[in-house]
Design a protein around this ligand. Structure first.
Ligand code: FUB
Length: 308
């Protein structure tokens, strides 16, 4: 069986796959790679990023640490004592790999997004030396610089950075420079309805799908909603919820979409470890993978969360 076929035909596997949050998934050389928030301190006090890959969605290979907090020199120049690394987003262009990440806490210090560059997906990644975007709701910016996601449009070859959420729940979009580590310009967008955080953009058959977390991260309404558009920057047509808590699983949120080599689409997302009715949820966040089915009109059918 070829590598590509192995990924496409395996049962969606051992859900939950492993502990972690905010998974960014990519197909790389026939393997599914996942870049999550996580580390020895769990997914809230994370001080490093790792990467994991799998050919069968059952057995995962750790690709080791790809970036640690102490390798990012500008962290700490805001005077805060504790900083956490959250919500990585990965992109590749011209043979280089780019790791975008959030640096919390969001309050009282500014929230910031950094970017590091590598020659291979597992790194080592080298930080660019400065924050790419800065926010800070409490500081009056009305925007939190969290949850970066970079989409390289196959039609225009332009690279867009999507970021923002939580306090203020505002999404912003920038076009990146050709170096992928600088901002060329901000693109003004309409706010997608029900947006809270964790934006992800994918394109299928000429339709652009913007999906995102809605609700409070530890509340009963936390769920994934989406909108569609004829371009990567809107205008959005709100399409509703596609991934919501059910009788067995709670709090599906930050996620990514990925297309396998045989054309199947998967959603890689986190949900909560222990069910408690109705909230707050207990335990850690865990990563799961399920199939995405599109209707003939291109809309996404409600996603069914499975167990391994
Ligand atoms: O993991 C830290 C935060 O929780 C992320 O920034 C949000 O998307 C939520 O998943």
């Amino acid at each position: 069986m070829s590598v590509a076929l192995a990924v496409a035909t395996s049962a969606i596997a051992r859900n939950p796959e492993f502990q972690g949050a905010d998974p960014h998934a990519m197909m790389i050389d026939g393997e599914l790679w996942v870049f999550p928030t996580g580390g020895p301190g769990g997914s809230w006090a994370a001080d490093r990023f790792g990467a994991f890959s799998s050919r069968d969605l059952k057995t995962w290979t750790s690709r080791g640490e790809i970036l640690r907090r102490d390798q990012i020199r500008w962290i700490g120049d805001d005077g805060a004592k504790d900083h956490f690394l959250w919500a990585p987003g990965v992109a590749t262009r011209n043979g280089k790999w780019y790791l975008y990440y959030s640096v919390g806490p969001q309050n009282p210090t500014p929230s910031r997004i950094g970017v590091a560059v590598a020659d291979t997906p597992q790194g080592p990644y080298r930080d660019s030396g400065r924050p790419l975007v800065t926010g800070g709701w409490r500081a009056g910016s009305q925007f939190e610089a969290i949850d970066p996601m970079v989409f390289v449009d196959p039609r225009s070859a332009k690279a867009y950075l999507y970021a923002g959420g939580s306090a203020g729940a505002k999404l912003r979009v920038w076009e990146l420079g050709p170096d992928m580590i600088s901002v060329a310009r901000e693109v003004k967008i309409d706010q997608p309805p029900q947006f809270t955080e964790g934006a992800f953009l994918h394109e299928r058959d000429g339709t652009y799908y913007l999906s995102y977390s809605h609700g409070h991260w530890n509340g009963p309404d936390y769920s994934v909603h989406y909108a569609t558009a004829p371009s990567p920057v809107g205008p959005w047509r709100y399409r509703g919820a596609i991934l919501t808590s059910d009788a067995r699983h709670q709090g599906p949120g930050h996620h990514s979409f990925v297309k396998t080599p045989t054309g199947e689409w998967l959603i890689v997302y986190h949900r909560w470890e222990q069910r408690s009715a109705p909230a707050p949820f207990k335990g850690e966040r865990q990563i799961a993978i399920d199939r995405v089915h599109y209707a003939a009109d291109g809309t996404i059918r409600p996603i069914v969360m499975t167990d391994g």
